[in-house]
Structures are given as structure tokens and as C-alpha cells.
Ligand binder design. Sequence first.
Ligand SMILES: Cc1cc2nc3c(=O)[nH]c(=O)nc-3n(C[C@H](O)[C@H](O)[C@H](O)COP(=O)(O)OP(=O)(O)OC[C@H]3O[C@@H](n4cnc5c(N)ncnc54)[C@H](O)[C@@H]3O)c2cc1C
Length: 549
Amino acid sequence: MLAAIRAHDLGLKVILLEKSDRYGGTSAQSGGAIWIPNNYSSHPGDSTEAALAYLKTVTEGAVPEAKLARYAEVSVQMPAYLASLGVHYYVDPPLTAPDYYPSAPGASPGGRTMCVKPMDGAVLGEEFFRLREQQPQHRLLEKISIDIPEGIQLSNKSKGWIGTLLRIFANYFGNRRWRRRTYRDQRLTLGNSLIGGLRKAMLDRGIPLHLKTAFTRLVVKNGRVVGIVAEREGNEIQLSAARAVILASGGFEQSQPLRERYFEHSTRPDWSATPPGNNTGDGLTAAIAIGADTEFMNEAWWAPTVKMGSNFPPHTVRSVPLFFERGFPHSLAVNRLGRRFVNEICSYHLFGQAMIKDQTATKANLPCWLVFDATFRHKYPIGALLPGSMVPDKKLPPDWFDHLIYKADSLPALADKIGVPVTNFEETVARFNDNALKGIDPDFGRGTNRYNLYFGDPSHLPCRVLGPVATAPFYAVRIDLGDIGSKGGPKTDTEARVLHTNGHPIPGLYAVGNAAGSVMGCAYPGPGATLGAAITFAYLAADDIARDA
Ligand SMILES: Cc1cc2nc3c(=O)[nH]c(=O)nc-3n(C[C@H](O)[C@H](O)[C@H](O)COP(=O)(O)OP(=O)(O)OC[C@H]3O[C@@H](n4cnc5c(N)ncnc54)[C@H](O)[C@@H]3O)c2cc1C
């Protein structure tokens, strides 16, 4: 959408095709945050050079320096550009998380991640109803929009949280006219606000968007991409492209065959937190068919996910990412041998990479388990499940127990239920508990870096992220190797041009977002790095096409 708007504003004629009956993709269901080094509110000392040093370290030489430099230099223009389109980003310094590799040179202690301001969905008119909804698990009571600062305040119960909750409820339930039309919240937040704002900018410009129109292959003449073939309501249509085609069709995380072909271990699309069924690697397959090179095919933006029940639609079960819950005290993660394998409150991407490594070594990790006790359950949320103090176990559907949530009166009984060896499990928990009481984790260093200490419970002593798993009943939820999108795809250059296996750009073909091999290589530098990269290279692609034209 951003590439389409930019190209239109540079004088090109644009058409946008969307496979599903909703626009917005995973981006609409995301947090909408963007990772912008050296933005107006970055930490003192941030600079393009610091960002480049950081990116070079975390990508471990797998990404050409020129491409990293392009991101470090151009991404900083994105907030002002988005604001010119009516999509407003800001930084809330106390709330922005540190970078995901806090000890790498050039890492930021916080300030690089920018949040999108909520918008009024009414300005979209009927297009409001074609915007892909935020997942119910990311809304209050599965219906009411919240933004990132509100979400953090409510989950930490930090100062003023009751007032915030009342204000959100009053806005939603008090909006009687809108309530008569739909249960959906008129206030769009997070990814819905980013996508809603971009859609509004498209409407203002009259840029056509065709839903239910799936791109299937590229048309090439004399080595140049000159059009595409798409499928629409069972019919094949061909469109010519005088200048270029930009692949922005997301990753391949929803394709079981492509997951089997490229990922190291067998995983499933329904473990992914992305919308089901659409991102099946169509751009990737089409690009490979005309000779495109590929990169980072065995990688995704990994995220541990748990299955949670939902009432939207009723009696459904979905995968929900555990972005921050792993940091609350009175919890630990074990593999199926009953052993810990990771500092639980590393970034969700690093957690996923640790699962893969442990699976390779032990064959006992996919799935693994998050274990917690009654204190945790009472105080803290997990996935879409509110703390027991707000929604006690007796209010949960009985069939969730020993299916989605395992519960037992003792640790050996819990180990039996989840099928891990009792002796190992008891040993692991005993050692973890002894150390947790002292506020240390000599095995994995939980609570020793800035990123870890951004999470947890600030009122918990001696360490906000460590507490014994000691109070019955005990609980476990199954952790799958989920993702929030795949990150391998056609190799692209500094201007998002797709490269042929012969090393040269394929004339007329660009790829951006998860439809391209990631500029971040195998790394996930910080919160917002996926959308930050997607929009920056979308902008560059449009500029390059216009320049060429
Ligand atoms: C819960 C959650 C929270 C997240 N939060 C953040 C965050 O705050 N910040 C961040 O940076 N990242 C976040 N992410 C990750 C981020 O959302 C994705 O990496 C990003 O949205 C990918 O963007 P994209 O444009 O490549 O793909 P998408 O946004 O998925 O868009 C691809 C679109 O292409 C369409 N499509 C697919 N195939 C075809 C075809 N053949 N023809 C036509 N159309 C097609 C799809 O239907 C879809 O609409 C989050 C993800 C999740 C799940």
C-alpha cells in the first residue's frame, strides 16, 4: 500500500491486487510498531553509524553492508513520510523496549521503536468493513481496541490503569450509534491504524484496490517483467505493467509444502500467528520460476505460540504469540525431557531459534512447555487469558483444561499430564526455585540484561523476572514453534530490485516485506523491525521505478 501511494504521488499509474476478501494482511493484525534508529526521540548518542554497527553485528555478515546502510539511512525518513499521508507515529520513551540484542555494539536502550497513533475508523466509510480485523486475542474482551501503551499499562497494572480501563470501556460502550452497526470498535489502533491510514490515503488518491484477486505468475518479455497473470473469481486475467511489478504478497508461512521444503524442522501453518490461508509464498514461487535468487529460506520471524480458545467465532482455537508473558516470575520453560533450554525472557525470535537448536540436539522440543504456578496464574495474563484475579479458573470453559491448559495439584502430577519425565522435571524446578529465591539464574542468565529487565513484575523482589514455581495448583501450556511471518524470499538489492541467480537485477521486478529475503538476515534487531523494513524498501522500490520511468 505504501509503495502504491508513493508511486502514484511520483506520477505513476498504480493498481493493487489483494488475494483475500479483506485488505491489510498480517500488517493489519500486527502491533503496527516500526523500528526506526536515530528517530527524533532516540536515546542520546543514537546515530546512523550506531544503527549500522548494530545491524552489521546482529546480521553476522549475511547481509551486504550497502543494504544495511540503506535501511539505516532511509528508515528515518519514514515517520515524516507516513505523517504526510495521515499516519502518525510517536515515541513513548518509558515504554519503548530495548533492542533485542542489548549487548551488541550500537544497541539502543529504548527509543528506536515507534508506535502508531489510533485513528477514527469512520473516515474509511464502507471500506472500514473490508479492513482485516485485529485478532480477537489482541483486543479487550476480544472486541475493544487498545494501543501499545494501554496494553502495557493494563498488563502491568501500573499507575492509572483502572482509569485507562474505564475510559476505554466508556468510549466503546458509550458509542451507541456505532454500536448499533457493528461490534467492531470505531477507534482503530495498532496495525489496524497503520493499514486504515494507508487505505484512507489510497481512497483520497483514487488508487484502485481489487480484493479477491490473486496474483499467480509473472509475464516476461525479452528478460523484462511486463505484466502478471491473476485469478479472479475462477477466471484468469492478465494485466500488463508498463514499468514494474512489486511483489508485496507476504511470506510463505501459510504454505505447508513450502514450510516442509525450507524449514529445518517440520512445523505447521496453524502454529503461525498470521491470518490463515493467504500468505502461501505466491510471490516467491513466481519469482523463482523466472530465475530469481533466494536467501534466508530456513528462517522466520519466530515467536513461541500457544493455543487459546476464542468466542470470535465461537468455540474456535487459535495460536497466540507469547511476546512478554515468559518474563513474569513463577514460570519457566522446559523441553519434553523436563529440562530448561533457554533464558525464557529473551526476544520471541531468539526463543524460537533456541527451540530449533534444542530440537536439533534433543529431538524433544517441538513442542515444549511453559510451566507456572498458582501465584503466576492469579497475578499475570498469559496469551489471551486474563489473570485469575480477574477471570478465575471456574469461569473458563471446562474443556480448556487438560487440552489447552494443563493443571495439577503437584509437580509430579503435572509432569505426568504433559508427558515429561517426573524426576528430571522435579530436579529442574527445584534448581530453578533455589536460584529464583536468590534472584539469580546461573544456568541461562535470566534477568541479567536490559532487555530481560524491561519485562516482568517491577514489584517482585529480589528480581522482577524470577520467582519460584512453588504454589499449587501448577499449570502448563504447550508452546509451539510459531511465527509472525517467514523471512526468506527472493534476494533483493538496495532498491528492492529482485536479483537473478546470475547476480543482476531482473528488470521490472521488485519485492518488499516478507515477500523478499529479509534485510535483517537471520536476526530480529528490535520491536518493529519487520514493518520498518517493509515500508522502507516499499518506499525505495517506488522511488526507483519512478526514477527509471
Ligand atoms: C500479532 C502480531 C503482531 C506483530 N507486531 C508487529 C509490530 O508491531 N511491528 C512489526 O514490525 N512487525 C509486527 N509483526 C510482524 C508483521 O506484522 C509482519 O512481518 C508484516 O505484517 C509482514 O508484512 P507484509 O506486507 O510482508 O505481509 P502482509 O501484511 O501479510 O501482507 C501480504 C498481503 O498479500 C496478500 N497476498 C498473498 N498472496 C497474494 C497473491 N497471490 N495475490 C495478491 N495478494 C496476495 C495477503 O492476503 C496479504 O494481505 C506482528 C505480527 C503479528 C502476527
